[in-house]
Design a protein around this ligand. Structure first.
Ligand code: MN
Length: 706
């Protein structure tokens, strides 16, 4: 057929079910696509436009709507021509543009892995990525036409496309109940993957069918007559198995060709459900049913909405025959599945209502939603939600697909890969670009995790992780860490208390330790020490248990506990006064909390009475290390570049600025700046402040004290 007659045939068909302005939209999409693809040719040598036109024609068989058909005509322009999404949107509206964009995105996904589990994930990802079910239907029609014309494609690519069709697209068609598409895709793929077997089997089937025509005709007559005699109106037809399903039965069930083909297939369509069961009764009286071969998919439909009665009988010549019995409405669902929604949209309302009652499972409830709202976009949303509700599918760098909950972040991904990857995660790349660790992942994202050996989980992650696995691993790690660090602090505190009683705990033997643990009623040495570090036990009381005299020992003078700045979460430097090495300090230990270190004259520390907390004598160790935050207030004249001068001086003095806040006093030509600086100790802070006093714009400067 020439292109001109093809397009006129196509639009004539559209005129049968679409209003004139819809047909006009589709025609203008055709004209646009035709000119965009001008000069491009398919492998077959046909002008490129023949492909989108064929895809749209397939969809028009399902009475697809005008937006969907326009998108089908335009489905390759974004990939293969300079046309952009916004151009399509300008000319044909956002709905068409989104559909075209959706199909193009699916085209960019590559299915790399051969594992079955991965194929399943890939199918789910395709479905989840399509914002609109019409995208999937366009993609399936696209694939169907490509398979029909696969002859023109060269060897290796041919095999790859056929394999992908069997593993990905045919199962999707099956899942959506598009039975005709499913069977044709499988048959075509079979033909290209196993050309010899396909040809041999095809010849054999043809010969066998010729021989059997007479037998089939006689059985058809007998069945029709019996049904009529029982007063059942029915359409009876012989059913030909597809080559692929014959082949599959032979390989899966290890049957010979004769055994598989020696089964006659019939289909009986009746008016209502009652008729189905009555027709079944008639058949079972006519021929002997084979035990265990009856299946009632009317009472229990398949997941894709398929309904029928299946039975297997012994025919007149001792050969088995398989019969499917269903209503017209069930038949429509069986043939076109989800697409039957468009196909029979315009049928009379009684027919639709009937179909809804008969179509159970998810398809039924979805059709009901559709009737209530009358909104086909909502209908599609619900189908999709039902298929794959709460998951996103993302790629690992090796092309594996992982499914995660919908709000999952790179942290969840990292813990899903391996606990160690999660623990040492420092950054993430999404689609090759660095992204914050809290970024929610989208379908089809390629996620890479950057790890560093020294890195450890951040408690802030708990605020945004979505998986239970990530959450529990992070919690577990932090709890262990706290236990370890508290135990280290507790050991120091015990050592200090024991020293006052002239006992050196580093000399204690293992049996002495276990005796002490037992005497104190603790679970283990590390529990006992952590209890001390967290203020749950008094170091002095535990130390007393070590003395021969037990409780009788008098409390000697204890030296201060020295801090090195590396105690971790067990020791915290109070945010009210920001003590830095060199300051006189005091420790406040509340039951079950970490040790808070304050400046000695901090009002918060002075309020601690020792009634609800232990007050500990602490001092800075000689080898204290780290950067300690401290607040400095500077009064700076309001001139251009003043802040930059101040920042430069701070950096040159070797301090970091962790935070800065500005406030302008009303009517004054000066600004109050409060810097949170990170310094090593008091002398370092003094050097920084001296440097700042030399900045001309700095009028006044002082350390902030509570
Ligand atoms: Mn295409």
């Amino acid at each position: 057929m020439s292109a001109v007659s093809e397009i006129s045939e196509f639009t004539r068909h559209l005129g049968l079910y679409l209003p004139a302005q819809d047909v006009a939209l589709v025609e203008s999409a055709y004209a646009f696509s035709d000119s965009a693809h001008r000069g491009q040719f398919r492998n077959s040598g046909d002008p490129y436009i023949s492909h989108p036109l064929a895809v749209a024609s397939i969809l028009s068989q399902w009475r697809f709507d005008a937006e969907g058909l326009s998108a089908a005509l335009l489905h390759d322009v974004m990939e293969d021509t300079p046309v952009t999404k916004s151009e399509i949107e300008d000319r044909f509206g956002a709905a068409v543009a989104n559909l075209v964009d959706g199909v193009s995105k699916l085209d960019q996904l590559e299915f790399a892995s051969r594992e079955t589990a991965q194929a399943e994930n890939f199918r789910k990802m395709l479905l989840a990525m399509a914002q609109d079910l019409r995208v999937i239907l366009i993609k399936l029609a696209d694939r169907l036409h490509n398979m029909r014309t696969l002859d023109a494609v060269s060897g290796d690519r041919k095999k790859r496309i056929a394999t992908e069709t069997v593993e990905i697209y045919a199962p999707i068609a099956n899942r959506l109940g598009l039975n005709n598409v499913y069977q044709e895709l499988q048959d075509l793929a079979f033909r290209f993957l196993h050309p010899m077997r396909y040809r041999t089997l095809g010849k054999a089937v043809k010969a066998a069918r010729g021989n059997r025509r007479e037998v089939v005709g006689k059985m058809l007559d007998t069945i029709r007559t019996s049904l009529r005699a029982a007063g059942i109106t029915a359409t009876v037809s012989g059913r030909e198995k597809s080559l692929f399903s014959i082949y599959r039965k032979m390989t899966e069930k290890h049957l010979s060709f004769a055994q598989v083909l020696d089964i006659y297939g019939f289909r009986i369509l009746v008016d209502d459900v009652d008729g189905c069961y009555r027709a079944l009764g008639v058949l079972h009286r006519l021929y002997k049913p084979i035990p265990g071969k009856f299946k009632d998919y009317i009472a229990i439909p398949k997941a894709n909405g398929y309904q029928s009665l299946h039975t297997k009988l012994i025919g007149p010549y001792g050969t088995p025959l398989e019969v499917q019995i269903r209503t017209q409405a069930m038949h429509r669902t069986a043939e076109a599945g989800v697409a039957s929604h468009w196909l029979y949209k315009d049928a009379n309302h009684h027919g639709i209502a009937q179909a809804q009652r008969e179509t159970q499972g998810w398809l039924q409830s979805l059709l009901e939603i559709q009737t209530e709202s009358g909104d086909s976009a909502e209908f599609l949303e619900h189908i999709k939600g039902d298929l794959f509700p709460d998951e996103v599918y993302v790629f690992t760098p090796k092309g594996k697909i992982m499914s995660l909950p919908r709000t999952a972040t790179p942290i969840d991904f990292a813990y899903a890969v391996h606990t160690d990857v999660g623990h040492h995660c420092v950054a993430a790349k999404i689609n090759h670009e660095l992204a914050p660790l809290r970024t929610p992942l989208n379908n089809g994202d390629l996620v890479e995790i950057v790890t560093a050996p020294g890195a450890r989980p951040n408690p802030a992650w708990l605020k945004f992780v979505a998986t239970g696995k990530a959450r529990s691993r992070i919690r577990h790690y932090l709890k262990n860490l706290q236990q370890k660090e508290s135990a280290a602090l507790g050991e120091k505190m015990l050592a200090q208390a024991a020293a006052a009683l002239k006992i050196a705990i580093e000399d204690l033997t293992a049996p002495q330790w276990s005796a002490l643990v037992k005497q104190c009623g603790a679970k283990s040495k590390s529990d006992l020490l952590a209890d001390i570090g967290q203020g749950r036990r008094l170091a002095f009381a535990v130390a007393q248990a070590l003395t021969a005299e037990g409780k009788g020992a008098s409390r000697g003078k204890t030296g201060p506990l020295s801090l090195r700045g590396i105690e971790g979460v067990a020791v915290q430097y109070a945010k009210c006064c920001h003590p830095i090495p060199g300051d006189r300090i005091v420790g406040v230990l509340r039951r079950g909390q970490s040790l808070q270190v304050h400046i000695a004259d901090c009002p918060v520390a002075r309020k601690a009475t020792g009634e609800h907390e232990q007050i500990l004598d602490v001092e800075w160790s000689r080898d204290v290390t780290g950067d300690f935050p401290v607040n400095v207030r500077a009064f700076v004249s309001d001139q251009r570049g003043a802040l930059a001068h101040v920042a430069l001086e701070i950096a040159e003095a070797g301090a970091n600025i962790a935070n800065v806040s500005l406030e302008r006093a009303e009517g004054e030509r000066a600004v109050n700046m409060v810097f949170t600086l990170e310094v090593q100790e008091r002398d370092h802070l003094a050097r920084v402040m001296r440097a700042l006093r030399r900045v001309p714009e700095v009028l006044r400067i002082q350390r902030v004290r509570p």
